[in-house]
Design a protein around this ligand. Structure first.
Ligand code: SF4
Length: 372
C-alpha cells in the first residue's frame, strides 16, 4: 500500500516536471500533501496532473487557510508600542519637596486667584442652590479671561438692574436676551459665545436637572461651554466633591516645567490631568489648581518667569530654572517685574492653549465666517 502510493507520487512528480508550470504544481502538491495527506490521494483514473491537482487541493478544508498570517506591518506595531503612555507615571523624585516649597512661597504672597478665583465669587448669603449656580457661571466666564475681568463681570451680573430684584439666579438669567447678557459680561473674552452657552445651559438645567447644576462629571460635561477643567473645578467648588484635578494652563505649564508629567512632557491639559492623577495623592487633587494658579500668577509667570526669587531655583528643585548670570555688560532692558508692582493677571494669557480655549476659538471662527 505504502509502496504503491510512493510510486504513484513518483510518477506524478515526473509528470509534473514535464510541464511548463512545474514549479506551481510542485508547490501546490507539496502543501496539500503535508497538511492533509488524504487530499493528495488520486481517485480512479490518473488525470493530467495540474488540472486535477488544483481542484483537489482547493477542496481540502485546510486549503482555505491563508498561506501566511494576516499581514501586520511591523512598523505599525512598533509605532503603537512606542506611543507615549500617559496613563500612568511614577511619582517624580523629590516632588513632595517641590510641593511643600511652593506652598511655602504661596503663603508669603497673595495671588489674584486667592480673592478672585471662581470658587470665591458666589454671593455667600444666597441659598446653596443659587451659590452653586453662580459658581458655575463664574467658571463659564473664566476661560481665556483674567481673574480680575471674571470678577468684574460677576459683580456686574450680581448688581445689574436687569437682574433685580432676583439678582444672579437661574430664573432671572433666563429672562435676559443674548444681546443683553453679552453686554453685561463684556469684560470677559469671547463674551458673545459665552453668553450663548450660559443661556443654553440655563435652559438645560431647568429641563434636565431640576433647576440645579449637575452633580456628576458626565452631566457637567454635557453642558455647552463646559470642559474637563470647568467640570472638575465646579464639582469640587459647588458640591465639595473632588473626582479629578482641574488642570488649566498654569497647572499644565508648570508641571511640565517641573517634568512631573514625564521627560517628554504632555501635549495638553487633559494629558497632564491623566498623568498627574496617576501618581499625585488624591488628597491633593482639590488644592493643586489654586496652588499652582497663584504660583503661576506671581512667580512662575507665563512670560518672564521669576526664577531669581523662586525658592525652587535656590534649592535646586526645578529642572527648568533659569537664573541670570551677573554681567559687567549693560543692564538688561527687561527687568523682572517687582512682586508688589506687577499685575500678575497681565501675564495670564496662556502660552499653551487650553482645550476649552481652543474650542471656544474654533467656535468663534465659525461664527465669524458665518457672518461674512
Ligand atoms: S525656578 Fe523658575 S521655572 Fe522653576 S518653578 Fe521657579 S520660576 Fe518657574
Amino acid at each position: 500500500m505504502k509502496t504503491s502510493r510512493i510510486s504513484r507520487d513518483t510518477a506524478k512528480y515526473a509528470r509534473a516536471l514535464s510541464t511548463a508550470t512545474t514549479a506551481v504544481a510542485d508547490k501546490t502538491n507539496g502543501r496539500a500533501g503535508k497538511k492533509n495527506p488524504m487530499s493528495s490521494l488520486p481517485t480512479t483514473a490518473e488525470p493530467s496532473p495540474l488540472p486535477k491537482e488544483e481542484p483537489d487541493s482547493s477542496s481540502s478544508p485546510l486549503s482555505s487557510i491563508p498561506p501566511s498570517p494576516p499581514p501586520v506591518p511591523a512598523k505599525k506595531r512598533k509605532r503603537a508600542d512606542t506611543t507615549r503612555d500617559t496613563s500612568a507615571t511614577e511619582p517624580p523624585a523629590r516632588w513632595r519637596e517641590v510641593y511643600d516649597c511652593v506652598k511655602e512661597m504661596r503663603a508669603e504672597v497673595e495671588a489674584p486667584v486667592d480673592t478672585m478665583g471662581c470658587d470665591r465669587l458666589a454671593e455667600t448669603w444666597r441659598s446653596p442652590k443659587d451659590q452653586r449656580f453662580q459658581t458655575l457661571i463664574a467658571l463659564m466666564l473664566s476661560p481665556q479671561t483674567r481673574d480680575t475681568a471674571t470678577a468684574a463681570a460677576m459683580r456686574t451680573l450680581q448688581t445689574t438692574p436687569h437682574l433685580q430684584p432676583a439678582g444672579l439666579t437661574l430664573s432671572s438669567v433666563l429672562g435676559l436676551s443674548p444681546e443683553t447678557l453679552t453686554s453685561l459680561i463684556q469684560p470677559v473674552g469671547f463674551s458673545t459665545t459665552k453668553a450663548h452657552n450660559i443661556l443654553r445651559t440655563c435652559q438645560l438645567l431647568v429641563k434636565h436637572h431640576s433647576s440645579d447644576i449637575p452633580a456628576t462629571i458626565p452631566d457637567l460635561l454635557a453642558l455647552p461651554g463646559v470642559g474637563p477643567k470647568i467640570a472638575h473645578l465646579c464639582l469640587s467648588a459647588a458640591w465639595g466633591r473632588t473626582e479629578g484635578i482641574g488642570v488649566d494652563v498654569h497647572v499644565h505649564r508648570i508641571t511640565n516645567l517641573w517634568r512631573w508629567v514625564g521627560r517628554g512632557g504632555t501635549k495638553g491639559p487633559e494629558d497632564t490631568r491623566r498623568v498627574l492623577e496617576s501618581w499625585l495623592p488624591r488628597e491633593l487633587w482639590g488644592e493643586i489648581n489654586g496652588l499652582l494658579v497663584g504660583f503661576g500668577q506671581t512667580i512662575c509667570l507665563p512670560r518672564g518667569r521669576r526664577c531669581e526669587v523662586c525658592k525652587l531655583a535656590e534649592r535646586g528643585l526645578c529642572p527648568s530654572a533659569t537664573v541670570r548670570k551677573k554681567s559687567s555688560k549693560k543692564p538688561q532692558k527687561r527687568e523682572s517685574p517687582d512682586l508688589e508692582d506687577d499685575d500678575p493677571s497681565d501675564h495670564e494669557k496662556p502660552t499653551v492653549p487650553d482645550i476649552e480655549d481652543l474650542l471656544t476659538t474654533a467656535t468663534t471662527r465659525k461664527l465669524r465666517s458665518r457672518v461674512r
